[in-house]
Design a protein around this ligand. Structure first.
Ligand SMILES: [Zn+2]
Length: 200
């Protein structure tokens, strides 16, 4: 819940929330009952186990917000203060990921996003590897991601994060021919993760 405002500001599937100043209650109603795949209950914290957002977007999401801070907004604001004061990092080269703890299996997936955004060499190498993936696998994977609720702007980035962490099977159901394409992505991510500075 702490990440909701920033995450939906960053890449909400709905234009009502992406890049918008929004009320948390409007979001709750939309997610629970108004969106296409709504179940009638607010399943957001169960549906999304981990988060990843550029720091400058987190800052923007709170900057544009004109309502009253919820306890979650206050907590996120504190996280930002801690990051800027304690680590003395700039807004433009820093990325925030949210996972349960450092043993969380989602960490590598979220760090893949962080690398995609902050490390041009990783992005370039991953893009080159993507050219080896057959078009039908890529199309199927991206349409699965779309149905899962990801915004179209992040489908490539998500496809790489799933593939590099051995999760391509969740995206591609039609064949098991995907396995040979996963390997180079896994090695690429492993190579970059060893050189990454992670502050927890
Ligand atoms: Zn992801």
């Amino acid at each position: 819940m702490v990440f909701l405002r920033a995450q939906e500001f960053y890449e909400s599937a709905s234009p009502r929330f992406k890049n918008k100043d929004f009320d948390i209650w409007d979001y709750l109603r939309w997610y629970s009952v108004e969106r296409d795949v709504a179940t009638g209950t607010f399943d957001y914290p169960m549906d999304w186990a981990a988060y990843n957002i550029p720091i400058k977007t987190v800052v923007q999401s709170l900057d544009v917000f004109t309502g009253e801070y919820t306890p979650y907004d206050i907590f996120m604001d504190e996280i930002l203060h801690q990051i800027f004061n304690q680590y003395e990092v700039g807004e433009h080269d820093t990325y925030l990921v949210g996972v349960k703890d450092l043993d969380d299996k989602n960490l590598a997936h979220e760090l893949s996003h962080a690398l995609w955004y902050t490390e041009p060499k990783f992005k370039k190498e991953a893009t080159t590897l993507l050219k080896e993936v057959p078009a039908d696998l890529l199309t199927e994977g991206k349409s699965t991601l779309s149905r899962m609720g990801y915004h179209k702007a992040v489908l490539t980035d998500e496809f790489i994060a799933y593939t590099a962490t051995g999760d391509m099977k969740r995206l591609v159901k039609s064949s098991d021919g995907y396995k040979q394409y996963e390997k180079p992505f896994k090695s690429l991510l492993a190579k970059y993760l060893t050189s990454l500075k992670v502050a927890a």
